[in-house]
Design a binder for this molecule. Structure first.
Ligand SMILES: NC(=O)c1ccc[n+]([C@@H]2O[C@H](COP(=O)([O-])OP(=O)(O)OC[C@H]3O[C@@H](n4cnc5c(N)ncnc54)[C@H](OP(=O)(O)O)[C@@H]3O)[C@@H](O)[C@H]2O)c1
Length: 512
């Protein structure tokens, strides 16, 4: 007899079943570039945290690949140290012991054919010894110039194809290309080896709870969506501000800059989630369809000189410490024109958003570390109150705080207690930390688990990546030809030109 819940005629029971944790089936993960920064700080801890939460299969195996003369035990020690330092959940010896039995290390260069043959043997051995079932994800946590080499090596050595009963998947870090043409080239190389549905491009912002909450907020409620359009919204500001400089990442950052590093991926994804229409369901295909539609409707302003700004932080003070300017950082050419700050104005050419500007900005060494989406509403069409009494009333706003202090703030006007009708802005807050007892998983935990489950909802598809480059390319081309970044003092909120850009529209940036 079929159990009631499987027949689907007990809705309550079905709903409960869907809340059960999603546990990955038999599988393993190969990390290329396993000695790198990202791997130690994010990937190794995420693997442990998943194991600790009971979300990995018992025979889960982790294979590291890099140019070190390490035995499996040396690799295990490195993972151990990384987990102790960076894992989110408490260290439990029994979880660690079971997980570490599945650790293997394969030394080698990406160009070394023998190393890939060794990797193949390692995977076959793991299938036999630990029941990984031939299911492996290959995580390319490597400098972007090596993405094609590694993918091609996987193909050459027969590692990229699963069988009828097993899968092989590729996980690719950002940046995915440095312009439209290079992204298209890379997509072509990758798709010659892996099926599009087996390619998982990482935009770790999409793994954040608060980013997924944009969709919950908009489409699981009735009170926001009726206002979410040009009839009520004045403009939208999307900010990702960092208080740090480029640190030791000059080699990566110089020549790439803030717009390519952050706007092309994170901020345009946030824009897409904020502005898209309701998907027909919450599956990857339906989500991509809607995100792509809105990205295609994004329109660049005609005068790029007036509606885009780039900057570089200059020497200053931050958090009580004296800090170097961008051009003084180690490894940066004193004539560099790379943007460490970028702000752009975009419009969306559709019925919902016509005429509503979306202002995107990101930069290093700004006033504080914060990522937020602020939907700023129009002023009330008429005010029966005395202007003197509403002087401190701003525009209503709904702010989705992506990080830190994850949550949502609504700003509106309220009467100040007293005998007059004075009205001032107040805020109503929802904070994740206060409303929910469980702490949010790290983005990489969620995304790694999704890769093992084959769930592509939170991964940008190749069309989205290409569309985002289509938006950014003309801006980069304009910047290449015209002027240079404006200097701003470290610890402030960016170049003066960015304030002027909004002031010309009668608006101002938020100071989060
Ligand atoms: N770090 C971050 O927070 C961050 C954020 C976003 C995106 N990403 C992306 O994530 C990826 C990794 O970043 P990362 O900061 O971890 O880089 P990284 O610290 O420079 O590490 C690069 C890794 O690649 C390996 N490698 C380099 N050349 C190799 C070769 N010829 N053969 C074999 N192995 C080689 C290195 O191994 P050896 O030990 O052999 O040198 C090292 O493990 C990049 O695509 C980056 O853009 C990183």
């Amino acid at each position: 007899m079929i159990p009631m819940s499987a027949r689907g005629d007990n809705p309550l029971r079905d709903a409960q079943d869907r809340r059960l944790p999603r546990i990955a089936g038999p599988s393993g993960l190969v990390i290329f570039g396993v000695t790198g920064d990202l791997s130690r700080k994010k990937l190794m801890p995420a693997v442990y945290d998943l194991a600790n939460r009971g979300l990995l299969p018992p025979g889960f195996s982790l294979v590291g690949f890099a140019r070190r003369d390490w035995a499996d035990e040396d690799f295990a020690q490195v993972v151990h140290d990384a987990v102790k330092e960076h894992a989110r959940t408490p260290f439990r010896e029994e979880v660690w012991q079971q997980l570490a039995e599945g650790f293997r290390f394969v030394p080698g260069e990406f160009s070394d054919h023998q190393a890939f043959e060794n990797l193949k043997t390692t995977i076959q051995d793991l299938d036999k010894a630990r029941g990984t079932g031939g299911n492996f994800a290959f995580y390319l946590s490597v400098p972007p110039k090596f993405f094609p080499t590694v993918v091609e090596q996987l193909k050459k050595h027969g590692l990229s194809e699963g069988t009828e009963d097993s899968w092989r998947r590729a996980v690719i870090e950002k940046p995915f290309g440095h312009d439209l043409a290079s992204a298209q080239d890379l997509n072509q190389v990758v798709h010659q080896v892996f099926r599009p549905s087996d390619v998982f491009r990482i935009d770790h912002y999409l793994g954040k709870e608060t980013v997924q909450n944009i969709l919950a907020l908009r489409f699981a409620n009735t009170m926001f969506e009726p206002l979410w359009n040009r009839s009520y919204v004045d403009h939208v500001q999307i900010t990702m501000a960092e208080d740090i400089g480029i640190g030791g990442r000059a080699g990566y950052y110089d020549g790439i800059g803030a717009a390519r590093d952050v706007i092309q991926n994170h901020l345009l994804q946030l824009l897409a989630l904020t502005a898209m229409e309701e998907p027909s369901s919450f599956d990857a295909k339906a989500l991509v369809t809607e995100k792509l539609k809105v990205l295609k409707a994004v329109k660049l302003p005609r005068e790029l000189g007036k509606h885009t700004v780039r900057g570089q932080y200059a020497h200053g003070w931050q958090g009580g410490e004296e800090v170097l300017g961008y051009l003084e950082e180690e490894g940066i050419d004193s004539g560099s024109r790379t943007d460490a700050y970028a702000a752009i104005k975009l419009e969306i050419d559709n019925r919902r958003w016509a005429g509503v500007p979306f202002y995107l900005r990101t930069g290093k060494r700004l006033g504080r570390r914060v990522t937020e989406i602020a939907v700023v509403f129009q002023r009330a069409p008429h005010s029966p109150f005395d202007t003197a009494e509403t002087q401190e009333l701003g525009q209503n706003a709904l702010v989705i705080r992506v990080q830190p202090d994850e949550g949502v703030t609504i700003r509106f006007g309220s009467k100040v207690p007293g005998t007059s009708m004075e009205i001032r802005d107040v805020t109503m807050d929802f904070a994740y930390g206060e409303s929910f007892t469980e702490s949010s998983p790290e983005a990489y935990e969620r995304l790694l688990l999704d890769v093992l489950l084959g769930d592509a909802n939170l991964f940008p598809r190749h069309q989205e990546v290409e569309q985002s480059w289509r938006i950014l390319d003309p801006i980069e081309a304009y910047w290449d030809k015209h002027g240079k970044p404006e200097q701003y003092t470290a610890g402030t909120w960016g170049p003066r030109a960015a304030d002027e850009m909004l002031a010309r529209d009668g608006r101002s940036w938020r100071r989060p």
